[in-house]
Design a protein around this ligand. Structure first.
Ligand code: MSP
Length: 503
């Protein structure tokens, strides 16, 4: 069986997850579920980044020890992912021994191999970003809380991997997606690459993994956190497991952490001679009123508020439908409601309601026997056949919003067909017209069923409910299912997506 290993970033446990974090995690979940539903053996990893300045500051602010703070705050992420129906196979916390041991091993190896050295360095330091920045970065104005710092630190010889990095990115067009992000990284690599400061003196930051060969220092949070992608799958501890999953197929990230993943992480892997991940996929930002949604700006939307009000699948659907993977998207409650009412309440929900009620009332709740198909019906059957291939291909090409558009087109086509055919009138006229209604409802129900299964990875709860109404088991392969046989008893699918009143 083909294997598929995908990861999300590890989120800082300094606050609670907002819609931006939820987006990355839901996107990973959707990809994981699509791959599971088409025959892959999937390993889906997420978790939390628990060391470093941001977390230490959050703990200080609350007047608690960092260790207690992270134990308490990690639950917010776990609870949210549970509520969002995230099907991760593992959840790694960087404060766990299975991770800390590997970070120490890697540091020891690199130090022994002369890849890490001690040096005094004077430079500009961004407190908010927790790293030394270049003069150019400082003048770009994207960094806050900049101060000049002079201190002795340990450095990883990242600069020596510059050419190897450039070569790898150029030779592997799938390595960084979308392409414009690869170009951004190549642009960054046009300037000389500096070595990476990987330690922080304990006098300045005490919450971190101690450097094993110098107890005066802790490890720089990024050097620590990036290693989770291999520590979680057994690197240095369980060779068998490691070989099963590594290299990762996808590192999903937001565009804000492109450089750390495409340069720091990759140079680290090159230095320890470990295979490189296949694809780093950077998505855009969710904005509120044109600004990046973030805790520091104070414009965050809590996913659980929406879930409590309108259900988990509506949020999952909205986030997948309204962001073109790779570009930024704007969140507004208004657009959420509009999307919900038009796509889910109207096109999908009403259709299920209508078809199942007609079958229940006029055919004893049994899927009707079909006769000869008209041209219209043949067109619809052809459409659903070809959309199973198109949707599958679009998902694998990461065009999720386009795949959803095709699925919605399927519902709209069915709605239009019912309006034209008017089976609610046909059932009442005569025997012949009733058999025409039977064929119509047989086609409508089955095409609805097939089309809805394509949405399972996006809306697992609701699609499960639909299969329950239609008395079907969820198929192993959602892209390859048989029609429901005539004579099968079905239920009524009402109020699956009740309309949200905007008044
Ligand atoms: N801890 C680091 C990542 C270490 S990975 C080894 C970090 N954490 S974070 O909590 O700040 O989360 C960053 C990620 O959250 C982004 O890369 C992105 O996936 C997601 N998002 C946070 N805000 C976002 C938006 N406004 N929009 C979309 N996603 C964003 O960086």
């Amino acid at each position: 069986m083909s294997k598929f290993y995908l990861t999300t970033p590890l989120y800082y446990v300094n606050d609670e997850p907002h819609i931006g974090h939820a987006y990355t995690t839901i996107l990973a979940d959707v990809l994981a579920r699509y791959h599971r539903s088409s025959g892959y053996d999937v390993h889906f990893l997420t978790g939390t980044d628990e060391h470093g300045q941001k977390v230490q500051q959050a703990a200080e602010k609350r007047n608690v020890l960092p260790a207690d703070h992270v134990d308490e705050y990690v639950k917010r992420f776990q609870k949210t992912w549970n509520k969002l129906n995230i099907s991760n196979d593992d959840f790694i916390r960087t404060s766990e021994n299975r991770h800390k041991n590997i970070v120490k091993d890697v540091l020891n190896t690199l130090y022994k191999n002369g890849e890490i050295y001690l040096a005094e360095y004077e430079g500009l330091y961004s407190v908010s970003e927790e790293r030394f920045i270049t003069e150019k970065e400082a003048s770009d104005g994207n960094f806050k809380q900049i101060k000049k710092i002079k201190e002795k630190n340990y450095f990883f010889k990242m600069s020596k991997y510059q050419n190897q990095l450039i070569k790898h990115i150029k030779n592997n067009p799938e390595f960084i997606l979308p392409k414009k992000r690869a170009n951004e990284v190549l642009g960054f690599l046009k300037n000389p690459l500096a070595d990476l400061c990987i330690s922080r003196p304990k006098s300045r930051l005490s919450w971190g993994i101690e450097i094993p060969f110098d107890t005066e220092y802790v490890t720089y949070v990024w050097f620590d956190a990036l290693l989770n992608y291999i520590s979680a799958v057994g690197y240095g501890a369980d060779q068998n497991k490691f070989e099963t999953w590594w290299p990762a197929n996808f590192h999903l990230i937001g565009k804000d952490i492109l450089i750390t993943h495409s340069i720091y992480w990759i140079a680290m892997l090159m230095a320890i001679d470990v295979k490189l991940p296949k694809t780093i996929l950077a998505h855009g930002w969710w904005l509120t009123e044109n600004e990046k949604m973030s805790k520091s700006v104070g414009n965050v939307i809590r996913p659980l508020d929406l879930v409590d009000k309108h259900g988990v699948d509506s949020l999952r659907y909205y986030l997948m439908r309204d962001m073109v993977l790779g570009q930024d998207a704007s969140y507004s409650y208004d657009s959420f409601i509009k999307r919900y009412n038009s796509d889910l309440a109207n096109d999908l929900g009403n259709l299920l309601n209508r078809v199942t009620i007609l079958i229940n009332k006029n055919f004893n709740a049994l899927v009707p026997e079909y006769g000869e198909f008209s041209n219209q019906e043949n067109d619809i059957l052809e459409f659903i056949d070809s959309s199973s291939k198109t949707v599958c291909k679009l998902i694998h090409n990461l065009k999720i919003h386009e795949a959803i558009e095709i699925i919605m087109k399927g519902y709209r086509l069915l709605n239009k067909y019912l309006e034209l055919k008017e089976p609610w009138k046909l059932v009442r006229k005569n025997k012949e017209s009733k058999s025409s209604a039977a064929t119509c409802l047989y086609v409508a129900l089955n095409v609805f069923y097939k089309n809805s299964l394509f949405l399972y990875p996006i809306m697992p709860d609701k699609i499960n409910k639909i299969t329950e109404v239609l008395r079907q088991n969820l198929p192993v392969d959602i892209f390859n299912v048989n029609f429901i046989k005539p004579g099968t008893k079905i239920g009524i699918g009402n109020s699956l997506f009740p309309r949200i009143d905007t008044k």
